[in-house]
Design a protein around this ligand. Structure first.
Ligand SMILES: Cc1ncc(COP(=O)(O)O)c(C=O)c1O
Ligand SMILES: N[C@@H](CCOP(=O)(O)O)C(=O)O
Length: 467
């Protein structure tokens, strides 16, 4: 299995190369050179497998035997043993056709654990065999950071530095990152938005000298391994509701477009998915694109669903590459124009064809609170991101009302206590192992949105940790 860059100007790599590289040297994102496609009989054989086994099988389709399924299986069994339910990602019925796929039963209470808990040991396995170490620099709007820190803390071959937008995450999200005192972990609060943090990370990858010097790697969804590890839960939930003998739809609260891209990948692999419904908050660039081919960035606005306060959705580039018939030159040019002009011209034919499967719905803050209240009245306590996903599932007309819609429930309500309290009057308690989160000391460094200062910080962090 080889991977190519969406911008066509970086050497192809194998899975391990992609895992360690994160982003391609030409600024593009790695994608499989060819997609594995399963027959209905092959999908059926996966029915009923325990989640870690299913995940190992799916991941092995992307690793090209390195690591192989026999190596991956025990690794993933251990990874998912830390989840609070043996089902790992249970399906909860909301109404006659809507199901919540709860992806927040991992250690940091968000869907990021589904990939990250496996990614930590995977990095360790590859780095130990090669005798190498890496520096992971990641950007977070709240959840990727804590999941990545939890997965990488105290691993001797990894240094990890996470950039979050100062004051723009929930306090629980921030504290989940900044109260981890492991030597290999550092947090930077950037004076800016998530998009600024993500730009800084991409700029570090574009700085060839720095990239080589620190052996830079990524755990954001720009890293293909993250997407590969997010495909299995779409497969597991679709199979549980009757696929491949019945179609399903997914609704996904969306920011960086990684989660819904994983669902798109499952469809590309032959899983019968009728619709992919994108839910957004007021940062609705993706919904504006889906509903009117308007891909134009605006300033990021804070919302009750801070993890989706994003305007530049990195993984859109992977879809763009596919929409443009895998034309890397055209993809690179569209990305260049988006960066230069804040607008991406997408040919109408490509947009129309994507819209045969993608639908979109955006909800503002008052609407999000109303949806949490409504769901609570029905007996389901949703966090603001999940509430947007469920609202999107309810508002978008179905291709066929008999097709069930599965909503990615991406975070535990306890991560967003203010919104949940406003909407329901309830205090959503943190699990006992996080009960003293507000009493723990915090450690982070405030920095301006300045590449030089962030790079110097990363260098100093590595020196300190390896001294
Ligand atoms: C709770 C939550 N919901 C939804 C999203 C959006 O997911 P994605 O960035 O993969 O589109 C995020 C951030 O990634 C998140 O943390
Ligand atoms: N919402 C994310 C933003 C980063 O997304 P990623 O999937 O690219 O890691 C967050 O919570 O940090």
């Amino acid at each position: 299995m080889r991977y190519i860059s969406t911008r066509g100007d970086a050497p192809p790599r194998d899975f391990e190369g992609v895992l360690l590289a994160g982003l391609a040297e030409d600024g593009g994102l790695f994608v499989p050179e060819t997609w594995p496609v399963l027959t209905s009989a092959e999908w059926r054989k996966l029915r009923g497998l325990p989640y870690p086994q299913l995940a190992a099988r799916i991941l092995s389709l992307f690793t090209g035997g390195q690591p192989d399924e026999a190596t991956l299986r025990p690794m993933l069994e251990r990874a998912y043993a830390s989840f609070s339910t043996p089902a790992v990602a249970p399906l909860v019925q909301i109404d006659h056709r809507t199901f919540a796929l709860e992806l927040f039963h991992g250690p940091t209470l968000a869907f990021k654990d589904m990939a990250m808990q496996a990614l930590g040991p995977l990095f360790d396995h590859v780095l130990t065999r090669r005798g190498e170490r890496v520096t992971i620099v990641g950007a977070t709007s709240g959840d990727t950071g804590s999941a990545a820190i939890e997965a990488c803390r105290d691993r001797s071959a990894i240094d990890i530095v996470i950039l979050h937008p100062e004051g723009r995450t929930s306090a629980v999200q921030r504290r989940q990152m900044t109260t981890v005192m492991a030597d290999n972990v550092a947090n930077i609060a950037v004076d800016g938005s998530f998009d600024d943090c993500q730009d800084l990370v991409k700029a570090m990858f574009a700085d060839a000298e720095f990239r080589g010097e620190v052996r830079l790697s990524a755990v954001n969804s720009i890293n293909w391994a993250r997407i590969a590890l997010q495909i299995p839960y779409y497969v597991a939930s679709a199979l549980a509701l009757g696929a491949p003998d019945r179609e399903v739809a997914f609704a996904v609260p969306t920011g960086n477009f990684g989660n819904v891209l994983a669902a798109w990948a499952a469809r590309r692999m032959g899983l019968p998915i009728s619709q992919l419904i994108v839910g957004s908050n007021r940062n609705d660039i993706l919904v504006r694109w889906i509903t009117g081919n308007d891909m134009s960035a605006r300033a990021v606005e804070p919302s009750h669903s801070p993890s989706m306060d994003i305007q530049v959705s990195s993984n859109f580039e992977r879809l763009l590459f596919e929409m443009l018939g895998r034309d890397a030159k055209a993809t690179a040019e569209a990305m260049r124009r988006f960066r230069a002009e804040g607008k991406m011209p997408i040919p109408d034919a490509a947009w129309k064809s994507a819209c045969q499967v993608f639908r979109g719905f955006a909800l503002d803050d008052p609407g999000t609170l109303e949806e949490i209240t409504r769901l609570h009245g029905q007996g389901y306590l949703a966090d603001p991101h999940t509430a947007i996903g469920i609202a999107a599932a309810m508002h978008v007309p179905p291709a066929d009302p008999a097709i069930p819609v599965i909503v990615a429930a991406t975070a535990h309500p306890a991560k967003f206590p203010d919104a949940v309290r406003q909407a329901t009057g309830l205090e959503a308690p943190l699990p006992p192992r996080l009960a003293d989160l507000y009493d723990r000391p915090e450690r982070f460094t405030r920095l301006p949105n300045d590449l030089g200062q962030v790079e110097s910080f990363v260098r100093a962090h590595i020196r300190r940790n390896t001294a």
